[in-house]
Structures are given as structure tokens and as C-alpha cells.
Design a protein around this ligand. Structure first.
Ligand SMILES: [Mn+2]
Length: 426
């Protein structure tokens, strides 16, 4: 076989409305983030042309939803045309966000292959659709399926079949391989199930955090979404350039695509008892995080540590606007998305916990909850049921163990802030 290369991406979520950010970001930054997301396919096309790849694969969630603005569909078509003009074919599978058949009818140029939908419950004779093409006398198979509805739970790994005549077989799989983390368990399967199919490369989609589940023979990779959409999708984002040599060996590199980078910055101010030093430390950590990449950043700053400033920082809004002002003065390309204060006052919690007053009882119950997450859930659910009502993202039961622990710590810190004031004494 001869060497070739391709670009793999997934989870572009074109047309994402960023409804949650409208309140948090000033209008010009909201526009910047929106543009970054709408234009991400353009940057991917630029990279494909620059890297002279032979084809491009997309493993689902090209669109954020089936009701994206029509203009977004046309913009995508223009990107496909630029690839067609460079003789680059595109292989697309649709995911849970953009199930096939629910989108407006708009024909793509003829360099684009869209994989047909998989039945939600396949019959034993079902096979995932494949297309085979030749690049400089090398026969390449790409197999993939589209979602025809927003939810498919069954693993489809066993329905991939290698064509015996090809030099290289590539599978596109939009779903949860191994641990799904925060993502829904769609098409949940295990790495072993994919490995059994004797393919040479698995281009995954669905999980937005980039991760290499296996580096070679075969490589199994989540490229991550090429543009983060909120602070939990932090860090530089990109697409994968995969080079295959004459022996079928795979080499991967990431090309950065995101122009707005989200950052979660933890700053430990333990022992600092002067506000200007605290602000200085935050600024230094921001400066280090954004050094020399040319991207625009949106950062959430988390201030932690044991400090006598704990009570002063309790006026979070004031600290946030001060930081905003100081960041602006330092002319760093950073917008503050928010500030979380997770400091603790320099008090001896062990001593306080022995108190027979409210504070002792409070600290003891926090401690016992933190030692037993099931007990914590039983204790907190009736108290927080009103706050975390049963919406998709807001239900109490969807909180992870780590989030429960964070809540408990935040409650403890809030109460400790008032130690020494009237009513809360050791
Ligand atoms: Mn997705």
C-alpha cells in the first residue's frame, strides 16, 4: 500500500445557540464565541487544504441540533465545496444531536458521503454501511452509521465488518466507548468490542474531551470538539491529522482549531493576607495560562487555600469586578467568565468541630456526610429538592459524588466565614 493522510473530527456542534452564556458574557464576547463556533468548519477546511489530506472524516454532531439556522447549513455546504475543488472527499456520520432525516433537505456536493441511519435495534444480519475508495492504488474502507433519532443505546460495534480486499479499514463511531463521564451512554460499547473487528483506525465522536484510548494497531481516538462551548470544555481544541505510511502504520497529530479557549484556573492563595498580593497572584496565573498563543481566552478563576482574606473575599462580586478591572489594565486577551471563592479561614476545624454550639454540630454533620456520599445524598435531597428540581440538567440525582462533596465544602466555608461573628461562636 501507499502512504496517505486524512483529517478526523467530530462534535462540531455548528449553530450552537450558547443560550447559557448570554447572561454571563458581554455582547461583544458572546458574538466572538458564537463566531468562533460557526466558523470552526472553515478553519478545519483550511487545515485540510494546508495539510493536503486525501479525505476528511466526521464522526457525528456536525450540527448542534436539527433546527440550526439555514445559513449554517449553507456555510457548511460552502466548506464542502472548497474541499471538492481540492479533490478531497468527506465522509460524514450524524450523531445524537443531528439525527439524519430531521434536517432541512439540502443536498451536499458529490464529494460528500453521508452514512445511512442505523436501526435502533439491529437485526442479526445488519451491517454498518461502508464505502471503499482508492487513493494512489491503496484501497481504503470507511464504515459508519448515522443516528436516525436522538437516542440509540445499543452497541453497534459488532455490526462493523472489514472488507477482505482493502489495505486499510477505518470505522467511525459516535458513542460512548468505555466510561461516558458526563455524556449520555449512547451506543455504549467497550474498547475490546471495537478491537475485535480487525479495523486499522477508529475515529470516535460524542465525548467532547480529546482522548486517545489506544495509540496504534488500531488507534482508537476521540478528537474532542474543535471549539469548546463553555468553561467545562476547557483547553485548546483541535482536529486530528492522521498519517498512514506504506506499512499501514498510523501517526497522529493535533492541529489547533479553537480560536476562543476556555480556561479553568485554580489559584491557591494560602498564607496570603493582603488583597493586592492575592490579585497579583491571580493576574500572574492568568498571564502564564494565556502566554503567546494568539487565541482569545474566557477564564473562570477559582481562588482557594487557607487565608485570613477569606471573609473579605466573601464579597465575591466586588472581588470579581476588581479582577476584571485589573485584567483590563494588564491588557491580557482574557475575559473573566466568573470567579469562585473556595478559600477557608485560618481556623482549627478540628477544635471547632468539638464545640457543643451550632458550629460544632454543623461541622460534625458535614464531616459525616463527606465520609459517606450515600448518607450525604439522603441528607441533602430533601433540603435541595427545591433548588435542583427535576429538569434534564438540574435534577439532584444527576449531581456527581464530586459535585455533592463540593456543595458540602462550599456550605462549610460559608459558615466558617462567620465564625467569631455574633451567633456563630466556637
Ligand atoms: Mn457532541
Amino acid at each position: 500500500m501507499n502512504a496517505f493522510r486524512f483529517l478526523h473530527t467530530a462534535d462540531l456542534h455548528l449553530g450552537t445557540p450558547f443560550s447559557g452564556l448570554a447572561k454571563q458574557l458581554p455582547p461583544e464576547w458572546l458574538r466572538r464565541v458564537q463566531t468562533a463556533s460557526y466558523k470552526v468548519f472553515d478553519r478545519i477546511v483550511d487545515i485540510a487544504l494546508e495539510e493536503r489530506v486525501d479525505f476528511v472524516t466526521v464522526a457525528g454532531d456536525l450540527f448542534d441540533s436539527t433546527s440550526v439556522p439555514m445559513a449554517v447549513q449553507f456555510e457548511l455546504a460552502r466548506g464542502f465545496e472548497r474541499l471538492r475543488d481540492a479533490d478531497i472527499r468527506v465522509l460524514v456520520s450524524h450523531g445524537n444531536h443531528d439525527p439524519l432525516g430531521r434536517l432541512r433537505p439540502l443536498a451536499w456536493p458529490d464529494n460528500v458521503t453521508v452514512f445511512a441511519t442505523a436501526p435502533p435495534v439491529p437485526t442479526p444480519d445488519y451491517r454498518v454501511p461502508s464505502t471503499v475508495f482508492t487513493i494512489r492504488r491503496t484501497r481504503v474502507q470507511v464504515s459508519g452509521f448515522s443516528y436516525g433519532q436522538p437516542e440509540i443505546y445499543q452497541s453497534l460495534a459488532d455490526y462493523f465488518e472489514r472488507d477482505a480486499t482493502v489495505d486499510f479499514a477505518l470505522g467511525l463511531y459516535h458513542g460512548a466507548v468505555g466510561q461516558a463521564g458526563d455524556h449520555a451512554n449512547y451506543c455504549a460499547t467497550r474498547l475490546e468490542n471495537l478491537l475485535r473487528r480487525n479495523f486499522d483506525f477508529w475515529g470516535l465522536g460524542h465525548i467532547h474531551k480529546p482522548s486517545v484510548l489506544r495509540a496504534h494497531s488500531p488507534a482508537v481516538v476521540y478528537p474532542g470538539n474543535p471549539q469548546g462551548r463553555h468553561v467545562k470544555e476547557e483547553g485548546e481544541r483541535g482536529c486530528l491529522i492522521v498519517s498512514v505510511d506504506g506499512a499501514g502504520r498510523v501517526e497522529m497529530k493535533t492541529r489547533v482549531t479553537g480560536t476562543v479557549v476556555w480556561r479553568m484556573l485554580e489559584v491557591d492563595i494560602s498564607g496570603i493576607d493582603d488583597l493586592s498580593l492575592a490579585v497579583h497572584m491571580v493576574l500572574r496565573s492568568v498571564r502564564e495560562a494565556v502566554a503567546g498563543t494568539g487565541a482569545a481566552y474566557v477564564a473562570r478563576v477559582i481562588v482557594k487555600g487557607v487565608t485570613a482574606l477569606h471573609r473579605d473575599l466573601g464579597a465575591q462580586d466586588e472581588f470579581e469586578s476588581t479582577l476584571e478591572q485589573e485584567l483590563m489594565n494588564a491588557s491580557l486577551p482574557v475575559l473573566l467568565e466568573g470567579v469562585e471563592i473556595k478559600t477557608r479561614p485560618p481556623v482549627d476545624i478540628d477544635v471547632l468541630a468539638q464545640s457543643s454550639e451550632f458550629i460544632g454540630e454543623f461541622l460534625r454533620s458535614v464531616r459525616s456526610c463527606r465520609g459517606d456520599v450515600q448518607a450525604a445524598r439522603r441528607f441533602l435531597k430533601p433540603l435541595l429538592g427545591e433548588v435542583f428540581h427535576d429538569g434534564y440538567d438540574l435534577s439532584f440525582d444527576r449531581l456527581s459524588d464530586a459535585e455533592i462533596d463540593e456543595l458540602l465544602e462550599a456550605a462549610q466555608n460559608l459558615v466558617l466565614q462567620h465564625v467569631g461573628e455574633g451567633g456563630v461562636t466556637a
